[in-house]
Design a protein around this ligand. Structure first.
Ligand code: UD1
Length: 440
């Protein structure tokens, strides 16, 4: 029995070979919920969010807000945050964990206190790549940012509207700039910005709270600052990553699954890829039905920022391509290191080779940078069951999918990582007939 650093010994035992069949409902989007909970800090009136997924990342974000003094309730998918009692500009390190949500609190806390103190996880070089765009955006709006020991301190009497041009359309940096701009003095342009559906959903909540915010041509958000935001009620969009993950699980097991609440609007490029590999699907009024394909065809695809093929769909889709008849190529252009998970798949007999070259129609930011960011997948291969420790959230779901088609019983450990992002994953898979047991 393996014990994880957090003390957990839980594992999933999955026996492959059962086609998934039935009907499941997609939960609210993790990547919208966490940011929208943070947005509630911008008002002194209660903000109510419906369709909030009951997952680890949401609980961590709610605890973070409670630590600041906000009153928070969460039941039956509805969160209410009343931030009127927030009494400190300092985010406790113990609550910040290893996700990038804390950095998004900078703007809202500066608006309240003229200052924000945020733990700098993994060290605090101001130029650290994962947050350099975030810090540059806030500096452009007048924040002075310093780093002492393990904490970023950002201060400004009043944030000012600015023209911010992102080096790359980063999701987090766009959201960070938005959360700061809605109450800044004057107008902010965020150019070369991200426009993922979850960001549009955040913009809708901010507008409901009284913000003046618009998506202009050429990836530009235009935000006129207002002095006060009020409370609002908002329903979070369904999770397009969960939807795609279950569609792949249905297709790869040769099943037939109705994915309720999957929205075509948010899945256009995913559905095109599904069509090209030959998986039949039908768009229905309240969801999408995926059914068994006679053959799976190989394809070449590249991940990209929205409206391109999303990087979080890459892992489940690579699983599907291990069962395609021929050679497929996937060029990952958003993150430089998102193929590490394929090593365990290779142990299960998948035929996947990684390359440093840009194997796509265009060179990406990672050209000549020594990152193994292109994958060549040769299929179909019969996968063998294996014991795998889950390294991260999205890789985790791929291993689940691999185990669902593998010959024998696989054991997945460190499963809390999957539960950080997927609501009731065991309940949903069991409902579709998967042979999955929780140990420990
Ligand atoms: C968000 C999503 C994640 C998704 C990703 C891309 C959440 C909680 N997570 O992550 O699921 O895969 O968008 O759609 O919403 N970068 C920098 N400097 C920065 C910020 C980003 O170099 O200051 C780089 C990153 O290293 C990466 C790229 O920009 O190579 C994209 O990152 P970003 O869009 O910011 O991703 P996240 O917001 O972290």
């Amino acid at each position: 029995m393996t014990t994880e650093p957090n003390g957990s010994t839980r594992a999933y035992a999955i026996t492959g070979g059962v086609p998934l069949r039935g009907d499941i409902r997609i939960s609210g989007a993790k990547n919208a919920a966490t940011k929208e909970i943070v947005a509630a800090l911008l008002s002194d009136e209660p903000v109510t969010l419906h369709n909030v997924p009951d997952i680890g990342d949401v609980h961590v974000t709610l605890e973070m807000l409670k630590g600041l003094g906000a009153a928070v309730t969460f039941s039956d998918g509805t969160v209410t945050v009343d931030a009127s009692g927030v009494s400190t500009p300092e985010v406790a390190e113990a609550l910040s964990r290893k996700n990038r949500i804390p950095i998004l609190l900078m703007g809202p806390l500066i608006h309240r206190f003229g200052e924000a103190r945020i733990p700098a996880l993994g060290g605090c070089t101001i130029g650290a790549r994962p947050v350099d765009f975030h810090l540059a955006a806030l500096k452009a709006m007048g924040a002075v940012i310093t780093c002492d020991e393990q904490t970023y301190t950002a201060s400004a009497k009043r944030l000012k509207g600015a023209v911010i041009t992102l080096t790359y359309p980063s999701v987090g940096a766009t959201e960070n700039a938005m959360l700061a701009a809605v109450k800044a003095e004057g107008t902010t342009l965020i150019q070369n910005a991200a426009m993922e559906p979850e960001i549009l959903d955040l913009a809708k909540l901010l507008q409901a709270m009284g913000a003046i915010i618009n998506l202009d041509v050429n990836r530009t958000w235009v935000i006129e600052g207002v002095p006060i935001l009020h409370g609002a009620v908002h329903r979070i969009i369904p999770d397009r990553i969960e939807a795609a993950s279950f569609m792949v699980a249905a297709a790869i097991t040769g099943g037939d699954v109705f994915v309720r609440d999957a929205r075509q609007d948010d899945l256009l490029s995913f559905l095109n890829a599904l069509r090209r590999v030959g998986v039949p699907f039908r768009i229905e009024e309240d969801g999408i039905r995926v059914s068994k394909s006679e053959r799976i065809f190989p394809i070449a695809l590249e991940t990209d920022v929205h409206p391109g093929f999303m990087t979080d769909w890459q892992q489940p889709f690579v699983m599907l391509l291990t069962q395609a008849e021929g050679v497929s190529i996937v060029h990952e252009t958003v993150f430089e290191d998102r193929f590490g998970y394929t090593e365990a798949l290779t142990r299960m007999q998948a035929n996947i080779q990684l390359h440093r070259e840009c194997l796509g129609s265009k060179a990406c930011r990672f050209v000549n940078r020594d990152y193994r960011h292109s994958a060549v997948i040769v299929g179909p291969t019969l996968l063998k069951a294996a014991d795998i420790r889950i390294p991260d959230l999205r890789a985790g779901f791929s291993y689940l999918i691999a185990a669902l088609i593998a010959d024998g019983t696989s054991r997945l450990t460190n499963v809390e990582l999957i539960e950080r992002g997927y609501e009731d994953i065991i309940g949903k898979l069991k409902k579709l007939g998967a042979q999955i047991e929780v140990e420990g």
